[in-house]
Design a protein around this ligand. Structure first.
Ligand SMILES: [Zn+2]
Length: 134
């Protein structure tokens, strides 16, 4: 990650640590707090009339938080190893502006767009009932 200055690396590290702090705090939130903060939950995954589905949503949130915390951990490790900031697919520099917006990014913008196109195509085929994974 020679293309990043020490200062840029510090900035990214700081962003990731802040995010991690927030996620850890959010994961410790009580259900009441999550209830109040329900705008973070996609409306269609939550049925407020059912305690059971609230619990399921809470589990899903925690899973997501754990996943993101682990992802940040991995990014920080890549930073230590000096492999941070390069695209997983094409080894291109991901670039500081993109990393600043999304420090855990593992793909450059070109590969990311390609992947999204692919995922969109896959979702479409699935909706049409034509499974790509038999
Ligand atoms: Zn790439």
């Amino acid at each position: 990650m020679d293309y990043l200055t020490d200062e840029q690396v510090e900035t990214l590290k700081q962003i990731m640590r802040d995010q991690q702090d927030r996620l850890v705090r959010a994961a410790r939130n009580t259900m009441t707090e999550q209830y109040d903060n329900r705008d973070v939950v996609p409306a269609d995954t939550i049925d407020l009339s059912s305690d059971e589905s609230l619990q399921v949503t809470e589990h899903r949130l925690r899973d997501r938080e754990k996943f993101l915390i682990a992802k940040i951990d991995k990014a920080l490790k890549r930073m230590e190893a000096g492999t941070y900031g390069y695209c997983k697919e094409c080894d291109d520099e991901i670039g500081f502006p993109r990393l600043k917006a999304r420090p855990v990014a593992e793909l450059c913008i070109d590969c990311k767009e390609e992947q999204e196109q692919f995922e969109k195509g896959t979702a479409k085929r699935r909706m049409q009932g034509d499974s790509v994974f038999p």
